[in-house]
Design a protein around this ligand. Structure first.
Ligand SMILES: Nc1ncnc2c1ncn2[C@@H]1O[C@H](COP(=O)(O)OP(=O)(O)OP(=O)(O)O)[C@@H](O)[C@H]1O
Ligand SMILES: [Mg+2]
Length: 351
């Protein structure tokens, strides 16, 4: 959000866990513990409005800010649905979703395979397990005593629809995005999603807008969905600028980061239209390469149209440390260039 905040003349102040957090390296910040209400309150009193870029801030802290009259977006009444998968399933029971139940005892599950999920705190597939037997389920219950059990959906395509909503209720959505996952991590996105019908595309956007209104989100939100034929299943909600919206930095008239700022400041929202027919984004995962200088030389020379984003995070295997985006009208070419750049920077290939 730092780049669009600078452009809009908005002063950002970051509450960071450590001074070498990605955002803290490039913007004004205060270091503190986001689980400690009094520390967060001291920080929030310096701000006109407070928002989040991850979902780990305890609901009690958010409610504590609200009790002091601080404007927090999204509000706790909405944020809970991105933190608690069981509450989300219950709230969205009017929308199509995988069949699900909350369990504490493996005996309540009769059929396998199923998907088991930690009710809160999971990300990048951590906290999600495909379970084939009662024994496996019992082993998971040992460390996670309460689970959301879902029908395993044999979907054709996984998509996400990003929406933005402002306090007075203006809302927009970007084109549906196909998210390609490997080992529970999103490795690539293609916008607009290719393998869905135009009816599904329209319906998915309509649903995402209805969900945004129903939960009362303020800011941007990703609605993750599965598509099987003409059927849509709601997977989960993420209430923050999301990986599935990174393409919008170059690919859309208004990026998700700018839109988030506009939404929480109750400014008119920007256009979500695409600047190009296609936008492909590839996540760069940590591998053996820690120094990107030589990979940059090679890739920038090879593909001058590629956009690079480096998060300045410590490199750990499998950790998302950056992304690359290519926009244009030749989807196959864009996909090949993004895959090559991603694999080259992650160290999967050397040429
Ligand atoms: N009911 C289901 N049926 C089939 N596959 C599923 C189901 N639920 C989840 N998955 C797969 O597991 C992945 C991770 O699940 P989910 O999005 O709920 O977890 P997360 O770890 O909270 O997410 P994120 O990676 O978005 O932080 C999904 O993207 C999807 O590929
Ligand atoms: Mg997910």
């Amino acid at each position: 959000m730092v780049a669009p905040a600078t452009a809009l003349g908005v002063d950002l102040l970051l509450f960071a866990s450590e001074s070498n957090d990605s955002g803290a390296q490039i913007t004004h910040h205060i270091v503190g513990d986001y689980t400690n209400l009094s520390e967060v309150l001291d920080f929030a009193n310096k701000c006109d409005v407070v928002t989040f870029e991850h979902e780990l801030v305890p609901l009690s802290v958010i409610k504590g800010l609200e009790a002091e009259g601080i404007k927090v977006y999204p509000p706790s009444s909405a944020f809970i649905y991105s933190q608690d998968k069981a509450a989300m399933r219950e709230k969205l029971n009017a929308f199509p979703a995988p069949r699900s139940q909350v369990i504490t005892d493996a005996a309540t599950v009769g059929e396998y395979p199923v998907i088991a999920k930690a009710i809160s705190g999971g990300y990048d597939g951590r906290g999600v397990w495909k379970v084939d037997s009662s024994q496996e389920l019992q082993a998971i219950l040992q460390h996670t005593p309460k689970l959301l059990i879902e029908e395993l959906v044999d979907f054709d395509t996984e998509i996400a629809v990003m929406v933005a909503r402002s306090p007075h209720g203006q809302a927009t959505s970007w084109a549906p995005v196909e998210t390609v996952q490997q080992d529970g991590i999103c490795i690539m996105t293609v916008t607009p999603a290719q393998n869905i019908s135009s009816t599904v595309a329209e319906k998915s956007q309509q649903m995402a807008l209805e969900i945004a209104q129903s939960v009362g989100v303020v800011g941007v939100m990703a609605v993750e969905m599965f598509v099987k034929g003409e059927e849509i299943f709601i997977n989960e909600l993420a209430m923050r600028p999301h990986n599935s919206g990174h393409w919008s930095i170059e690919g859309a008239v208004t990026s998700q980061f700018e839109q988030h700022l506009r939404a929480i400041l109750d400014l008119p929202l920007g256009s979500p239209e695409m600047n190009f027919p296609f936008a492909v984004m590839g996540n760069v995962l940590g591998g053996d390469k820690t120094d990107m200088y030589r990979p940059y030389l090679h890739l920038m020379a090879r593909t001058p149209s590629l956009h690079f984003h480096q998060y300045k995070k410590d490199v750990r295997p499998g950790r998302k440390i950056g992304h690359v985006t290519a926009c244009g009208d030749d989807l196959l070419h864009l996909t090949q260039e993004v895959q090559h750049a991603r694999d080259y920077m992650s160290g999967v290939i050397d040429e």
